[in-house]
Design a binder for this molecule. Structure first.
Ligand SMILES: NC(=O)c1ccc[n+]([C@@H]2O[C@H](COP(=O)([O-])OP(=O)(O)OC[C@H]3O[C@@H](n4cnc5c(N)ncnc54)[C@H](OP(=O)(O)O)[C@@H]3O)[C@@H](O)[C@H]2O)c1
Length: 539
């Protein structure tokens, strides 16, 4: 095993807390000293081992390990931390560390790499060879974790991270149960598990997977990831709504005309054609990110800022969205697939020409839907959602469109005041914009909309942490607020599965491709919202 650093470094968590600044870094361009960066008071997690299944995979290299390095660099991981990388390839510890270092050089959001912090962090990375399907690998894993408790002081606390293909989730969970790695014996450490998305591919498979998870882990040990919930702007949505007195009174059917939520991507399927063929936009984005954003916008104020109080309210919102009949799917949902076109001045191929994609594929790369949250607050207010690939730009935005003023007072003005708009930009260029009408200076009466614009970058002058940093730290701290609960994931599938089923049953699918790469989707999406006398916001 790698020798410990000299004893000047504090060893117990108590010493750590006394010695290390107990701050959570929310900035980036920095020296690694959190006192000089954006700060927030925060706890440091308990000593623990994080077991990363799928450690040699894409997500581990691009997101999970850079996030852990960043947490370490900013003093947010305990001294007694071990990253136990579980993989089937024959790496030595050193060879695997070198590979992760190269990944950091490419993917870390803070460059250049702080080599001193990396050296300390890399001493905590251990490679454990094993195969998901091999029971002996889990016996060896359990024994290794016990040894690490003794040698590295990880105190029996374990976070399992399933960064693997979803088809492996059930097997890994069952094997962890078989060797007792789920057991929390009082005082002998906590056991938690992070499960990557997608969680199921329809309602039945999500229920089945929840059942498999529930055979081994209790719900309070389970952290289902939707990384959108870790984004700074999404978390700020709660502060915006419930930390300010002026918005909540107008956040309802009396004042809101409709809501639009857009998750637009300019990229195509890149090298993930095979994955996307089995997924499509409704499974990849509508079921999780879009419905999560919708539930945060539409939920009632929770009674406490605490995981279950919050998730109870989100579940109620999803429960208030009625399951659509096939006829309603035909009226309220539009799907699309991109053909060749131009994005950002670059000529790009169509979806059917992408590698690993069936040349006659009927997978949707775009979906737009009109949903109604049938409760006291929102009855009659449509929520228009849309997502797609190869749209003109990458942008995620929630737009609350308010109603027009009830009385036409300025009859002599050149034009009527436009209704107010509140746009919450989730990415990029994170911020919040409020649009209101103003008189144009001059002797006549001319009214034009103006913007009050808050951007994170200029207001706080620090970069936001990556969503994975936030979420992994929360899981290490035992905070489930930003993770999806079993019932929540099933409710979301309960909305999306009838849509997918109706498409499968449809005898005449739309003539794909039906939108050009670089456009805002098929004409039918404009008709969907246009029928109600509205139009999509130009982002
Ligand atoms: N990549 C992303 O951008 C992204 C974004 C959001 C969510 N996710 C989710 O994250 C998860 C992982 O995605 P990914 O893109 O990282 O997939 P990936 O690159 O295919 O990684 C899969 C990992 O599992 C390992 N593995 C597969 N079978 C194994 C076995 N029998 N025994 C031991 N190891 C095995 C692979 O090892 P080998 O290297 O030996 O093949 C690899 O490390 C998926 O659920 C995905 O939906 C990914």
């Amino acid at each position: 095993m790698t020798p410990r650093p000299p004893r000047a470094v504090p060893r117990t968590i108590r010493e750590m807390r006394l010695a290390r600044p107990r701050h959570r870094h929310v900035g980036a361009k920095s020296s690694g000293n959190p006192l000089r960066e954006g700060l927030r008071l925060e706890r440091v997690p308990d000593p623990c081992a994080l077991v990363l299944f799928g450690a040699t995979g894409d997500l581990a290299h691009r997101k999970v390990v850079p996030a852990l390095y960043q947490l370490w660099r900013t003093h947010l991981l305990p001294h007694e931390f071990v990253l136990l990388a579980f993989g089937r390839r024959p790496y030595t510890d050193d060879a695997f560390r070198d590979e992760l270092h190269a990944a950091l050089v490419t993917y870390s959001r803070v460059q250049p790499i702080d080599e001193r912090a990396w050296r300390q962090f890399s001493e905590r990375i251990i490679y454990q060879r094993g195969d998901f399907d091999d029971p002996a690998s889990y016996d060896a894993l359990a024994a290794r974790l016990d040894t690490l408790d003794r040698e590295r002081g990880t105190s029996g606390n374990r976070l399992f991270y399933l960064a693997t293909q979803p088809s492996a989730f059930a097997e890994i969970i069952a094997q962890l149960g078989r060797v007792g790695l789920d057991h929390e014996v009082h005082g002998a450490g906590w056991r938690r598990i992070i499960i990557e998305k997608p969680f199921g591919r329809d309602l039945d498979s999500a229920i089945r997977l929840n059942r498999e998870v529930g055979k081994v882990f209790r719900e309070r040990q389970v952290y289902r990831i939707d990384h959108y919930l870790g984004k700074e702007t999404v978390r700020n949505l709660l502060v915006f709504r419930f930390g300010n007195g002026i918005f909540e009174p107008i956040w309802n059917r009396r004042y809101v005309d409709h809501v639009q939520i857009t998750v637009a991507e300019s990229i195509g399927v890149e090298n993930r054609g095979q994955f996307y063929e089995e997924t499509g936009a409704s499974r990849d984005v509508l079921q999780n990110h879009l419905l999560q954003l919708l539930s945060l916008v539409a939920m009632e104020p929770p009674t406490a800022f605490e995981a279950d109080a919050l998730r109870n309210e989100k579940v109620k919102v999803l429960g208030a969205i009625a399951e659509m009949s096939p006829a309603e799917v035909g009226r309220n949902v539009v799907r699309g697939q991109y053909g060749p076109g131009w994005v950002a001045a670059e000529e790009v191929r169509g979806y059917r020409q992408e590698p690993e994609v069936d040349p006659e594929s009927e997978t949707e790369t775009f979906v737009a839907a009109k949903l109604e949250v049938d409760d006291w607050r929102w009855a009659g207010v449509p929520f228009y959602l849309r997502t797609g690939k190869r749209l003109p730009k990458r942008a995620t935005e929630i737009a609350i469109q308010f109603k027009a003023v009830p009385h036409r007072l300025f009859r002599d003005a050149h034009s009527d005041p436009e209704p107010n708009l509140l746009a919450i930009r989730v990415q990029p260029d994170e911020g919040i914009l409020l649009r209101f009408s103003s008189k144009v200076p001059g002797l006549g009466l001319d009214i034009r909309p103006v913007n009050m614009d808050f951007t994170y970058g200029s207001s706080f002058n620090v970069d936001s942490p990556d969503a994975y940093e936030t979420l992994i730290l929360d899981a290490l701290l035992g905070d489930q607020s930003l993770f999806t609960r079993a019932d929540e994931v099933e409710k979301a599938w309960g909305i999306v599965t009838p849509i997918i089923d109706a498409w499968v049953a449809q005898r005449r699918p739309p003539p794909f491709p039906n939108y050009e790469a670089g456009s805002w989707g098929p004409a039918e999406a404009d008709e969907l919202i246009g029928r109600d006398g509205r139009r999509w916001r130009r982002i």
